[in-house]
Write a protein that binds this ligand. Sequence first.
Ligand SMILES: NC(=O)C1=CN([C@@H]2O[C@H](COP(=O)(O)OP(=O)(O)OC[C@H]3O[C@@H](n4cnc5c(N)ncnc54)[C@H](OP(=O)(O)O)[C@@H]3O)[C@@H](O)[C@H]2O)C=CC1
Ligand SMILES: O=CCCC(=O)O
Length: 359
Amino acid sequence: MAKVLMVKGSNHYLSSAAILSPTTHFRTNPISISCSRIRFRPTTYNSVQFRAFSSQDSTSSPKDEVAARIGFLGLGIMGSPMALNLIQAGCDVTVWNRTKSKCDPLISLGAKYKSSPEEVASSCDVTFAMLADPESAVDVACGKQGAANGLSSGKGYVDVSTVDGPTSKLISTHIKSTGALFLEAPVSGSKKPAEDGQLIFLTAGDKSLYETAAPLLDIMGKSRFYLGDVGNGAAMKLVVNMIMGSMMASFSEGLLLSEKVGLDPSVLVEVISQGAISAPMYSMKGPSMVKSLYPTAFPLKHQQKDLRLALGLAESVSQPTPIAAATNELYKVAKSRGLSDDDFSAVIEALKVKLDQRS
Ligand SMILES: NC(=O)C1=CN([C@@H]2O[C@H](COP(=O)(O)OP(=O)(O)OC[C@H]3O[C@@H](n4cnc5c(N)ncnc54)[C@H](OP(=O)(O)O)[C@@H]3O)[C@@H](O)[C@H]2O)C=CC1
Ligand SMILES: O=CCCC(=O)O
């Protein structure tokens, strides 16, 4: 099944997105082009050994074309649907995951499999990584049998994990020492936007890789921002998630307070949805939170990781963030109560006074 790329009416992929600001690209004006038409071919300039172009591109020469080979490392809640969208768009995708069984559904849908990040990177033009945290992102990129061992000039590595700037810079330095290009591209949007190809990419790093990878980002996402130097994408992502974590904690307090004073928290959700503080997150998570249900879209342990990293970012520039600091403590309490793998909305449980704690 070919996935429709949403691009501005142009035959050339690299100029295909609507440029609404110098750095923001949205998908608009749908035209139907499948990923199987994306090809990479060697170019003559030094910094980029390949570029993406449409088979409708009049300058393309079929004899020079090589089908783009895309690697995907890390098939958790986010990585699996992102890789699936690439496969369903007709891309030639090779996958790896620490727990091999998570590769099997994608292999059955046509993905190739390699047994290490190094092998994936060495057999692909562009390799994406969607790992849990800074430690796993570094290990998969730079460790023994890490992707860097399989990279070389002419290849690209796109890290879409949520990590801090220093980690991203470390990975970038390691990747670029191989001659390959590096792009950090953390995403805003959760499990459902990942499934629907509606993610928002916050990218920074090698601009030429950003341009080359743009058709692939457009399969997985609805918009992309290019933010300049490595670290800026990570910082933007951490600021967004710092705000999100605090919003969820405040929402949780409101739900519990409303109930304690005899109001129906479901009505609070409805009232909020109609006013100035309405947010899709409240409407989506509120009804299940009222029922004490937390089906995991964004694991609570990752939200706490992002708060911790955001606090480090704030510390690095001496910016006071007292609300985020208090919020982080609340998520730590939730983790200590065994809620790490629940959705981050389970943070509300950390605010519930247990009977045996009442005086
Ligand atoms: N879920 C969400 O809504 C969103 C998450 N993010 C970010 O995306 C990233 C992935 O999130 P998500 O998919 O939800 O997380 P998951 O916990 O579902 O997946 C984590 C992935 O990292 C792998 N991994 C963990 N530790 C290691 C390690 N030491 N070595 C190799 N691989 C490892 C896991 O492998 P294995 O399967 O073997 O455990 C798995 O593939 C995180 O950085 C998160 O903050 C960003 C936006 C939204
Ligand atoms: O990092 C997770 C973000 C989740 C979201 O944007 O909904």
